[in-house]
Write a protein that binds this ligand. Structure first.
Ligand code: ATP
Length: 362
């Protein structure tokens, strides 16, 4: 039997609650399959850890994580701990140290999910964002000069290396080619006259190797508008770190809300563990009350299963979420229901069990 060792970082706020439900789902699938199992190791890192120890993770945290098959992360963030600390000292350290340069964020309107757009059909919102995840605007390069003085200056530099730009664009072309879909590049070459002119050039260069892939290029401002006015024109999308971060929140709004948005941070070469997480944060306002929606975290578990090669189970989770949404009985308050976090998780386990058994039996 194959064992996948998973590092679990539940984090803060609603992180532990939603992760619990994701772990339940993963364990159930492994139990039903019986050819593999999960071995979960929990790490107490995050903002609460920071308030006790003055750091977001152990000094040798990266070393402790490096041999796991994957990392499953809830959410980090807590009032009183500045966001740039929680982001830079945990999440970004992991993404950069493990060269998780691909951030996959599906924006797909599942049946039964509520879109912020009126009169939109489910098949009109079915996109996959492929966001550059290790450099760009989040490279952390810059300076803060003459702090507090009249001549104070801050510099925040975006970093676009040829290697970093080319590999994310190539990855996106490979996905588009494999799936027979169009590829849209989103940039901003009119205003960002170095970085985004370069991005567009690299996109053009790489496209020559993929004549079968139909492409489009948009400025980020136009893309934000078109995602709302004409979402069906987007299939696979490749974009930079910042633009991808912002546009996928637009994506969450049109595809069922933040409670349904999942993300995978992938090291495609598999030299290091990849990390799977919901897009939402720690939501301290609703933490500990059983109100949080675990579906984004469960969806990210399906991305983990896809990554391990169990595509049929990844699909089963997505269709299980659709089944759950369509019954309307087992929804958390953010989706207009009255179910608790764990009731949603239990229901998902029940739906998946009957789906998988049905398949196995014929
Ligand atoms: P952080 O500071 O960690 O990013 P946050 O709460 O500021 O956390 P978001 O995750 O964007 O950031 O959450 C914004 C609001 O959306 C939350 O305060 C909460 O009310 C709601 N929310 C977020 N995630 C969920 C969820 N999984 N289930 C239900 N409501 C959620």
């Amino acid at each position: 039997m194959k064992t996948y060792r998973i590092a679990v970082i539940p984090g803060d706020g609603i992180g532990p609650e939603v992760i619990n439900e994701g772990v339940k789902v993963l364990n159930k699938i492994a139990e039903l399959d019986s050819s593999f199992e999960f071995d979960f190791t929990y790490f107490p890192w995050g903002c609460e850890f920071y308030t006790k120890h003055g750091k977001m993770m152990d000094d040798d945290g990266i070393d402790q994580l490096k041999d796991f098959a994957a990392i499953y992360l809830g959410a980090v963030g807590f009032p009183g701990v500045p966001d740039h600390i929680s982001l830079w000292d945990l999440l970004l350290v992991i993404r950069k140290s493990f060269d998780q340069y691909v951030n996959l964020r599906p924006v797909q309107l599942l049946h039964g999910a509520h879109s912020a757009l009126a009169n939109v059909k489910n098949d009109e919102i079915d996109m996959l964002f492929i966001r550059e995840n290790t450099e760009g605007e989040y490279a952390g390069a810059g300076d803060w000069l003459f702090k507090g003085q009249d001549n104070e200056v801050v510099l925040q530099n975006a970093v676009f290396s040829r290697k970093g730009t080319e590999r994310i664009i190539r990855y996106a072309f490979e996905v588009a080619k494999r799936e027979g879909k169009t590829l849209t590049s989103i940039s901003k070459a009119n205003a960002l006259n170095y970085s985004m002119v370069f991005w567009d050039e690299v996109f053009e260069e790489v496209s020559l190797d993929y004549p079968e892939v139909k492409t489009a290029s948009y400025l980020v401002d136009a893309a934000a508008m078109l995602m709302i006015t004409d979402p069906k024109r987007f299939e696979i999308i490749v974009t930079s770190n910042l633009f991808g971060d912002i546009l996928t929140d637009v994506g969450a709004a049109i595809a069922g809300g933040i409670g349904l948005a999942a993300g995978a941070n992938i090291n495609p070469e598999r030299r290091y563990p990849s990390m799977f997480e919901p897009v939402h944060g720690s939501a301290p306002d609703i933490a500990g009350k059983g109100l949080s929606n675990p579906l984004a975290t469960i969806w990210s578990a399906s991305q983990m299963l896809d990554f391990f090669g169990y595509k049929e189970y990844g699909k089963a989770i997505a269709s299980g979420i659709e089944e759950l949404l369509s019954t309307k009985e087992f929804l958390t308050p953010d989706m207009g229901g009255t179910a608790t976090t764990s009731e949603v998780g239990e229901k998902m386990v029940e739906i998946l069990t009957s789906q998988i058994k049905r398949k196995v039996l014929g």
